[in-house]
Design a binder for this molecule. Structure first.
Ligand SMILES: Nc1ncnc2c1ncn2[C@@H]1O[C@H](COP(=O)(O)OP(=O)(O)OP(=O)(O)O)[C@@H](O)[C@H]1O
Length: 237
């Protein structure tokens, strides 16, 4: 199996129908195990992530995952790329967590007879078996976030894309999610406003106003971002 590769070739996103550019041409090859994306609110981080699994298609240019173009091979791309949304409730749609995992397994045509046991195994792997039969609405934000990750990882995607997976989490759950991400075999691309999390990546991109304004080692990326924000703040440099 080839190494994980995500390729952006002058991928550009414009808002429809007015044509405003949300993401200026992106030219990137991502092969690192952990890629972080940071930047101000509304800078284009989610837009960049949504291109990776074809949730969003570029207005021009292309995006490919393991050589599969997201525009022409979207279904196959989505089997390779698991996407965790910022709001876990948008992903947890069944009455209980166990059923959400079973639903996820169903998309991989795992026989019904095996799904229940497999769902239990997945929940146990993430230390969530005690939540299996509770409604997602009764869970804490941290529990929901971990459950949403388990639902996506149940089908063992080759790449995990996670949009602010630690937002709204307390320190303990923030540490749990970060340690879960750190232990995954998959390539992970994540956005975050938590600069400590960004430092745990192998490569970090800084986006500002729809452009990648820095791409490199995480400590340098964080310094660049701090400078950017400092320059923009009232009284900043
Ligand atoms: N479908 C759309 N049509 C028009 N504008 C859009 C659309 N989707 C996103 N935008 C705009 O694109 C810009 C980038 O949005 P995006 O969600 O990628 O930002 P972000 O960096 O993830 O922000 P945040 O940190 O607040 O989550 C924003 O100005 C947003 O309003």
């Amino acid at each position: 199996m080839s190494a994980p590769v995500i390729e952006f070739r002058r991928a550009t996103v414009r808002a429809e129908p007015e044509g405003r550019v949300l993401l200026h041409p992106v030219e990137l090859t991502l092969t690192e195990q952990r890629v972080g994306v940071i930047g101000p609110n509304g800078s284009g981080k989610s837009t960049l992530l949504r291109l990776i699994n074809g949730l969003l298609l570029p207005s021009s240019g292309s995006v490919a995952v393991h050589g599969m173009d997201t525009a022409t091979m979207g279904r196959r791309v989505r089997r390779s790329v698991g996407f965790v949304f910022t709001d876990p409730l948008s992903q947890l749609v069944m009455p209980t967590g166990r059923e959400d995992v079973e639903l996820s397994l169903r998309t991989r045509r795992i026989p019904a007879a095996d799904r229940k046991q497999l769902a239990s195994d997945v929940l146990a792997r993430f230390g969530l078996e005690h939540l299996a039969d509770r409604s997602s609405y009764d869970l804490s934000g941290g529990e929901r976030q971990l459950l949403a990750l388990a639902v996506v990882l149940a089908v063992e995607p080759r790449i995990l894309v996670a949009d602010e997976p630690t937002t709204l989490l307390d320190l303990r759950n923030d540490a749990r999610v970060r340690s879960l991400v750190a232990g995954l075999d998959q390539q992970v691309v994540f956005t975050t406003h938590n600069l400590d999390f960004a430092l745990e990546a192998d490569r970090t991109l800084v986006i500002d106003d729809g452009r990648i304004v820095f791409d490199g080692p995480p400590p340098d990326a964080v310094a660049h971002y701090r400078h950017l924000v400092g320059s923009a703040a009232p009284g900043g440099a």
